[in-house]
Design a protein around this ligand. Structure first.
Ligand SMILES: [Cu+2]
Length: 191
């Protein structure tokens, strides 16, 4: 497997400016932590409401998505309506397999620091300085972290060209391995 280091790097930098989770008070966009201005041009980017062509419902359970795989057209903008119907905190994150691998490490750290508890997000700890001027706040547009019973939306514009190993996943330790992931397949363009 060819590992794309740039994609990995993109997963690590975060962009507050690009943060578009619609119900910010109820959800935390998950992904990278701390400063930097990442762009997500490789895997797509935060989409505009006016470009939405389709709504996809995503129900998260313990520990699986009620959405096995996703087939999309290149360049498509999708509104994901996401609900956590489980009893644990779950994440919906769009990224490559490599990005999920990197984010899993961040999530593991969040668990260790008590920012993430099995069934809740400790918002005070999330704001805490981790000693390097960075916090564990989740402010990326490609993902959300949801407590049980909560819902939110993400609008995502997928790239025109197919991306290898693009997946939606939950990177809370143990969940991805339990099967909490699905593949994003690009449909062949007919034009
Ligand atoms: Cu999960």
């Amino acid at each position: 497997m060819k590992r794309n280091r740039n994609i990995v790097k993109l997963a690590i930098v975060s962009s507050l400016a690009a943060f578009i989770a619609l119900n910010a008070s109820e959800s935390f966009a998950a992904g990278a932590h701390g400063g930097g201005h990442g762009n997500f041009t490789t895997i797509g980017k935060a989409g505009k409401v006016s470009d939405v062509t389709r709504t996809v419902k995503v129900v998260m359970q313990d520990n699986f998505f009620e959405l096995e795989n996703l087939s999309i057209k290149g360049g498509e903008t999708i509104r994901f309506v996401i609900k956590n119907a489980g009893e644990f905190v779950h994440e919906f994150n769009i990224g490559t397999k490599a990005m999920h691998g990197e984010h899993f490490k961040e999530m593991t750290k969040m668990m260790e620091h008590g920012v993430l508890e099995p069934d809740k997000i400790n918002r005070d700890k999330m704001k805490m300085d981790m000693g390097n001027g960075k916090t564990m706040q989740h402010n990326d547009p490609n993902s959300v972290l949801l407590e049980p019973g909560k819902s939110t939306e993400i609008i995502w514009k997928f790239p025109g060209k197919a991306i290898a190993q693009l997946e939606f996943a939950c990177n809370i330790p143990g969940h991805y391995d339990a099967g909490m992931m699905g593949k994003v397949r690009f449909l062949k363009s007919t034009s």
